[in-house]
Design a protein around this ligand. Structure first.
Ligand code: ZN
Length: 252
């Protein structure tokens, strides 16, 4: 058991929350139990994750994608009402960390994905923009784009979409988890052979083809499972809490 206030202070300190200008509030989003002993972690605070947390008797949910995104309808109606109603009725804390959990040097999604894929990290994706999450580095060894697709499929249990010549050999790579298709240009500027992110859009296909940069779209959810999972495992050790990671499948 730990006091909610103490846990939040600790998380804000290690994740350096104050440094980020984010699209959502980081930290406590919905207040529940004052004492925390059982945390469910997951990528997104969907109704399915909330229901799973209730079923397990958890007092806290810790996620990468919480609520209250900039630009969304502020009214408490529809699915937002249902999710909040379930949290409040069960006194469950909702704690969310977005950009701080992409960028963290140990628990961040980008560093954790590198770990899962055995990528060597050489530096940030963008030298000019220090607020841009994402990294550049190298594959475990030079391999064809097809071989890297297979490696991704096995490691993430989801087949990636690849744009480029399957037989090309690639070695250097830039990556950013989630919906970072807009950062392809940063990878092009960095001069890497390939770019890996969770999602892809129509213009990114042309940019990839016309610059000769291989694009791997490996799943928003699939690339962002590992940060919150690692953070939860750390909390379990540090504070002797019960922490369970629940993977609510999402094909995107
Ligand atoms: Zn995301």
């Amino acid at each position: 058991m730990i006091e909610r206030r103490t846990l939040l202070k600790h998380l804000d300190t290690i994740l350096q929350t104050a440094k980020f200008r984010d699209y959502c509030p980081n930290g406590l989003q919905v207040e529940g139990h004052e004492h925390i002993g059982h945390i469910v972690t997951g990528v997104t605070a969907s109704q399915a994750l909330v229901d799973a947390a209730i079923e397990r008797g958890a007092d806290t949910i810790l996620v990468h994608h919480g609520y209250f995104w900039k630009g969304e309808d502020e009214r408490v109606t529809g699915i937002k009402r249902e999710r909040l109603k379930a949290l409040l009725a069960n006194d469950i804390n909702l704690i969310a960390y977005h950009l701080p959990l992409d960028s963290h040097p140990v628990y961040g999604n980008n560093v954790q994905l590198a770990d899962v894929l055995n990528l060597q990290i050489d530096g940030p994706l963008s030298e000019e923009d220090s607020t841009m999450p994402g990294l550049i580095g190298r594959l475990p060894q030079p391999m064809t784009a097809r071989e890297f697709s297979e490696l991704l499929g096995e490691a993430l249990q989801r087949q990636p979409l690849h744009i480029g010549e399957e037989t090309d050999v690639i070695e250097t790579i830039g990556w950013c988890t989630g919906a970072a298709q807009g950062y392809l240009q940063a990878a092009v500027n960095a001069g890497v052979d390939a770019f890996l992110t969770g999602e892809i859009n129509e213009p990114a296909v042309h940019l990839a083809r016309e610059t000769g940069t291989h694009f791997f779209s490996a799943g928003h959810h699939a690339t962002e499972r590992y940060g919150v999972k690692a953070l939860g495992e750390y909390l379990q050790q540090e504070f002797d809490l019960l922490v369970e990671f629940i993977d609510v499948d999402n094909p995107v």
